[in-house]
Ligand binder design. Structure first.
Ligand code: NAD
Length: 472
């Protein structure tokens, strides 16, 4: 039941679904949210021209936007060392030979010839191209995380600001229909003052094994710590929703399971699933994560990460000799598999964020936001439950219906919505401060990790001073 201030008995709570049947009248909140249509911006006279730096999973995905929105975006160059990826992207987008490169450095040696670059190389390869292309005055969409060290993030931010380029970070979750609606509801003030946020990032047991035990984000020295690589999105959302600077932060977390001492005895000395006596019982069997789905005809992620051309033989060979066939208890991973973060904000509000590997759900976040006049709850992207303490009503809001965003491909539609927002900023020559926002949420993530390592509460101002970070 709701706490109704000043009332001895709580009024009856009506549960109503506001969008499914057109005959049902829309609530005031839904009407308000629907009125707030995004400004229609006409497509530019000619498409915004883009070079893709790193034609892997993310670079290829962003590039696809151009195929469906030709009046807005044209991919005119690619830099990618892996031949199959480079050629596939070049052919798909009909890129002339002179603009197909093995390495971003070759592209950066030329005078600027297009409007923007999408930098989608791996985390440790963001810093150099981001600085180089900012200095060449390219607008930049840089995949998250910005970079693995605070100083690199700071320098990238300064380069983007000093060169006055449009800069977007791959915080795609900000752009999903449901997160946009959450932000609007907060901004309308119907929740009153936001006092507390609880946020859970359930990574998914097999997804964690894929990316953070066997895969590219398993080892801090090769990418970054897991709060940054997995949950910088989530800290960014909390920071955006709170809209007040974070002042103090604490954190705990460990690598609890994916290590040798947790290896089941039946697995013996096997270091690969293909050779393991325990494989059929193991929740993390590479055969069940990759080979069985490939046999059923699946070709997409995560199998597409193992091989450029998916067929049973090549997946089998990847499990025999590649990193994704390794026993999860015998890898060289060192990033934590669960972490909690507590945040205090300048306005006195608090937030907690949990990232955990051991979940059935794969990245289907759940969030509760508590304000002085109401609360929001969502588990996944399909609906948001809004409880109004004042009227005693509870509404189920359907973000897709309200926003008209039904395309849920790529992070619930966030990937393409981010690209769209970035292109619109270029077309309208608007905001040039995306970098500062992105920097601040990265700063909080670095501070949280410092708190976890040192077992202390980190004061953000002191942390900035210690790291010689001036306000930006
Ligand atoms: N926004 C999100 O939600 C999200 C999701 C997943 C990954 N990411 C981030 O996206 C980035 C890319 O991840 P991915 O899964 O696409 O990785 P990937 O390995 O599939 O792609 C990276 C590509 O960069 C290429 N590359 C390496 N050196 C290069 C060079 N010198 N010049 C040009 N290209 C070069 C690689 O060959 C590879 O094809 C990472 O930083 C990752 O953390 C973001």
């Amino acid at each position: 039941m709701f706490p109704f201030l000043g009332k001895t008995t709580p009024p009856k709570v009506n549960i109503k679904s506001v969008d499914i049947k057109p005959t049902r009248p829309e609530s005031e909140l839904v009407q308000l949210l629907k009125q707030r249509k995004p400004q229609v911006i006409p497509a530019p006279n000619k498409p915004i021209t883009v070079a893709i730096i790193g034609a892997g999973a993310r670079g290829g995905g962003y590039a696809h936007y151009a195929l469906e929105n030709r009046e807005w975006m044209q991919v005119v160059a690619v830099a990618e060392p892996v031949q199959a990826r480079r050629e596939r992207l070049a052919q798909t987008h009909k890129i002339p030979k002179e603009h197909v490169f093995n390495d971003w450095r070759e592209l950066a040696e030329l005078p600027k010839f297009c409007d923007a670059v999408f930098i989608a190389t791996l985390d440790s390869q963001h810093y150099e191209p981001a600085i180089a292309f900012a200095n060449l005055k390219y607008h930049i969409l840089l995949e998250k995380p910005m970079a693995p060290t605070l100083q690199e993030c700071y320098r990238i931010t300064q380069a983007a600001l000093n060169n006055q380029v449009v800069f977007a970070i791959g915080h795609v979750l900000r752009y999903t229909a449901h997160n946009k609606i959450i932000k609007q509801i907060i901004d309308y003030g119907v929740l009153g003052d936001i006092i507390n946020i609880q946020h859970l990032e359930p990574v998914g047991f097999w997804h964690f094994a894929h990316s953070y035990v066997r895969g590219n984000w398993r080892k801090e020295s090769e990418s970054c710590f897991s709060l940054m690589t997995k949950s910088c999105h989530d800290i960014d959302l909390i920071a955006q929703w709170m809209d007040s600077p974070c002042v103090r932060i604490s954190s705990f977390g460990n690598l609890s399971h994916f290590k040798r001492e947790k290896k089941p005895a039946e697995a013996g000395t096997a270091t690969r699933c293909l050779d393991c006596a325990y494989e059929e019982k193991c929740h993390y069997s590479a055969k069940s994560i990759y080979l069985e789905p490939a046999k059923r005809g699946q070709k997409m992620w995560p199998i597409s990460v193992l091989v450029d051309v998916v067929d049973i033989e090549s997946v089998h060979e990847a499990l025999r000799s590649g990193p994704y066939g390794r026993c999860v208890y015998e890898c060289d991973n060192d990033v934590v598999d669960h972490q909690v973060v507590n945040m205090e904000f300048a306005n006195g509000a608090t937030a907690s964020c949990t990232m955990v590997a051991y979940t059935e759900a794969v990245c289907v976040r759940s969030t509760k936001i508590f304000g002085t006049k109401g609360q929001l709850e969502c588990d996944g992207m399909d609906s948001i439950q809004f409880s109004d303490f004042v009227t005693g009503t509870r509404e189920i809001l359907k973000p897709s219906t309200i926003t008209g965003m039904y395309d849920m491909r790529g992070h619930g539609g966030g990937d393409f919505a981010l690209v769209e927002a970035f292109l619109k900023e270029i077309a309208t020559e608007s905001s040039r401060n995306g970098a500062s926002d992105a920097f601040n949420s990265h700063l909080y993530v670095f501070a949280a990790e410092q708190a976890r390592r040192t077992g202390t509460v980190v004061n953000i101002e002191n942390f900035k001073q210690q790291n010689q970070i001036n306000s930006i």
